[in-house]
Design a protein around this ligand. Structure first.
Ligand code: IMP
Ligand code: MG
Length: 181
């Protein structure tokens, strides 16, 4: 797919594929044959989740938790909806999210899952933004470190648009307005 004129491609499809394969390799090496429960943070992790689980060959279950902290590029208080959470009591849980930015989302979702009593809990993200973290906790598996810029595509959105781009792209600041319907 051609990049629209207003975006700068940060990671192309080949780079993403290589990064997700690297991530899957780390996850396989860590858990080996142990069964795991993969919990995707909706909605941004949707595409990564689908690609990652198909590269894992241990027995696994998939569940979802919904967390939302952005409206456009403005942060709003985090809301977490655990209605689609699978049973994690006594399970080895791998939490999957699209991007680790300030870190607050991951820390809060980690606290929620820990409170449910998993046997173990690790986390994997596609992207980590350089120099933005405000928390001590870091994800265990990270595919790419990127500069501090607002990115979309491969599941990441701006006002719920652009999740379907098969690459990761930075929106230029003058494009950060409501996308056309
Ligand atoms: P954190 O709580 O600041 O780490 O933010 C994490 C969440 O904010 C991610 O799960 C994303 O949904 C969203 N987010 C952070 N940075 C970006 C971005 O550059 N593009 C799109 N979504 C982002
Ligand atoms: Mg998210």
């Amino acid at each position: 797919m051609e990049a629209p004129f207003f975006v700068k491609v940060v990671l192309n499809q080949e780079q993403i594929r290589a990064g997700v394969e690297r991530l899957a390799g780390q996850v396989r090496a860590w858990y080996e044959e142990r069964p795991i429960t993969v919990v995707g943070v909706m909605t941004g992790s949707l595409v990564l989740l689908a690609d990652l689980i198909r590269l894992l060959d241990m027995p696994l279950k998939v569940g979802l938790v919904q967390a939302a902290s952005y409206e456009g590029t403005n942060r709003r208080p985090l809301s977490i909806n655990p209605d689609m959470m699978p049973d994690v009591v006594g399970h080895d849980v791998l939490l999957v999210d699209d991007i680790f930015d300030t870190g607050h989302t991951l820390v809060e979702v980690v606290a929620l899952i820990r409170s449910l009593g998993p046997k173990s809990l690790r986390s994997a993200v596609l992207l980590r933004k350089e120099g933005r973290q405000q928390v001590e906790h870091h994800p265990d598996f990270v595919a790419f470190d990127i500069d501090n810029q607002f990115v979309v595509g491969y599941g990441l959105d701006y006002c719920d648009a652009y999740r379907n781009l098969p690459y990761v792209a930075a929106l230029e600041p003058d494009e950060l307005h409501e996308p056309a319907e």
